[in-house]
Design a protein around this ligand. Structure first.
Ligand SMILES: [Zn+2]
Length: 160
C-alpha cells in the first residue's frame, strides 16, 4: 500500500482484485497533482469517493485530465461510494466518467415523510431498473422512505 499525501487530499492506494483501489479522503481542487496518481496506474482502477467532502471546478478539470490520461493507456475505471457531490459532477460534466469507466455504487438521499428522517443510502447501479430509485424502509421508523431528488436528474447516468 502507498499513501499519496497532497495539500487538500490524501489517497491510499491499495492493491485489489485486478488492479489498484484509490481511496480518496479530503477535497478535490486545484491542488490535486495528477502525476502522482498516474504513477500508480493499473489495468483496473477502482476509485473510492466515500470520504471526498468537496470538489470544485478546478478539481473537476484536474480529475478529468487524470481519467483521460489513464484511459488512454488502457486502464478501466470504476467509481465506488460516490457521495451526492460526485453524482452531481457525473451527471453534469462530460468526461468526468471516461468512456471505459462506470459508476458501480453511489449514495442517494432518502427522506421519510412519516418521521422526517433523512438517510444516505448506498445503491448499486446494477440493481436499478432504469432511472427508478427503489422504495426503501426508513432506518428509523420502518415506514416507506423515498429518494429525495428528481430521479430523472439524479439518476441521469443510469442507462434508460
Ligand atoms: Zn421514518
Amino acid at each position: 500500500m502507498a499513501t499519496i499525501t497532497q495539500k487538500s487530499i490524501e489517497i491510499d492506494v491499495v492493491v485489489c482484485d485486478g488492479g489498484n483501489e484509490f481511496k480518496l479522503k479530503g477535497e478535490i481542487n486545484e491542488d490535486l497533482l495528477i502525476e502522482e496518481l498516474i504513477y500508480h496506474k493499473s489495468d483496473l482502477i477502482k476509485v473510492n469517493f466515500k470520504e471526498v467532502v468537496m470538489i470544485n471546478s478546478c478539481g473537476v478539470s484536474e480529475w478529468i485530465k487524470f481519467v483521460e490520461a489513464v484511459s488512454n493507456i488502457g486502464s478501466k475505471i470504476q467509481y465506488f461510494n460516490c457521495p451526492q457531490i460526485i453524482v452531481q459532477q457525473v451527471n453534469m460534466v462530460t468526461g468526468f466518467v471516461p468512456g471505459n469507466g462506470s459508476i458501480e455504487t453511489f449514495y442517494a438521499p432518502y427522506f421519510c415523510d412519516d418521521c422526517e428522517n433523512e438517510d444516505k443510502i448506498l445503491l448499486k447501479s446494477s440493481d436499478l431498473k432504469g432511472r427508478t430509485a427503489p422504495e426503501l424502509k426508513c432506518t428509523k421508523c420502518g415506514e416507506l422512505s423515498e429518494i429525495d431528488a428528481m430521479e430523472d436528474i439524479y439518476l441521469n447516468f443510469i442507462p434508460e
